[in-house]
Design a protein around this ligand. Structure first.
Ligand SMILES: [Zn+2]
Length: 297
């Protein structure tokens, strides 16, 4: 189980411990293991969100990874069946183990679900060994995990970002945010109103801005803007508005382009708002790793 985060000052990365999470729920700062810098966990997670390191990116994209090794014969297709069942595979990283000094070409073919194949060949006319070992890491979403819809959409947004499709990424990001907000409000309002009245309220206040003001006041006594101000994050509301909501509207209605930097700013803001409103949402951001998978040998 891991949730990486990065010190905003020295950029050292490590996984949040149980103790860090308790501190997070109490809104206490954590100390960097490397430089001693004290900082808000939210800012540490924000650093992770904007990381370009593919392994860190995929721990946010996917909720599960599997490590393993397979023996292959160069030039032959090797099929690999995973023991753990995944709903979808997002990415497969391959690393040939100790083939030096013989360079090897290898590529993974995603078969979907819980299978992939390794395509390989020799790159030089040298006396290669008959068989070589390939190490691999498969990132994906695990079957049977109870993942809220907002988390799935956030993961999709990350996937679009990795592929450089920032327009789709911003659409998915704003949808994730709006669905999270409705779920959050539902929890706060369900003891106050009967299900019929509740549905009527959501029908009537359709605009997300109305939900964040009127419905928030009914549910919590405060608007979202006030809650964020009290949490010492007064700019988060306008950041969401500018970088996500308005950008989404303009890209949907006018086809406006989105820059990578803008998307990352937006992703960060949405993440922070979700975690400030519901620290338990942290549990859905965790990444699980199965170690190691020898079934394919
Ligand atoms: Zn540091």
């Amino acid at each position: 189980m891991s949730l990486p985060f990065v010190c905003p000052r020295c950029k050292t990365s490590w996984n949040l411990s149980e103790e860090d999470i308790v501190r997070f729920s109490k809104r206490l700062p954590v100390k960097c293991v490397e430089c001693g810098n004290e900082f808000d966990i939210l800012d540490g997670i924000s650093e992770v969100i904007t990381s370009d390191n593919p392994f860190i990116q995929y721990t946010l994209r996917s909720n599960f990874s599997i490590l393993g090794t397979s023996e292959i014969t160069l030039g032959q297709l090797k099929e690999v069946d995973l023991k753990e069942k995944l709903d979808e595979i997002h990415r497969i990283f391959l690393t040939p183990i100790s083939t030096a000094p013989y360079p090897v070409f290898c590529e993974a073919i995603n078969r979907g679900g819980s299978r992939f194949a390794i395509l390989s060949s020799k790159l030089k006319d040298l006396p290669y060994p008959d068989n070589i070992q390939i190490g691999w890491v498969v990132y994906g979403n695990k079957q049977g995990f109870d993942i809220p819809l907002w988390r799935k959409l956030l993961s999709n947004a990350k996937g679009y970002e990795i592929n450089g499709d920032f327009r789709m990424a911003i659409v998915e990001l704003e949808t994730a945010f709006e669905i999270f907000i409705v779920e959050y409000l539902r929890k706060g309002l369900k003891d106050k109103y009967s299900p019929n009245v509740l549905e009527h309220l959501f029908q009537h206040f359709k605009r997300v801005e109305d939900e964040l003001t009127i419905l928030f006041e009914i549910a919590t006594g405060k608007t979202l803007r006030q809650i964020l101000k009290e949490a010492n994050q007064p700019k988060l509301y306008s950041k969401w508005q500018q970088h996500v909501k308005e950008k989404r509207d303009r890209t949907v209605h006018r086809g406006e382009n989105i820059e990578e930097k803008e998307f990352k700013e937006g992703f960060k803001s949405v993440f922070k708002i979700i975690l400030l409103l519901d620290p338990e949402a942290l549990n859905y951001l965790y990444h699980f790793t199965a170690l190691p998978d020898m079934s394919s040998k």
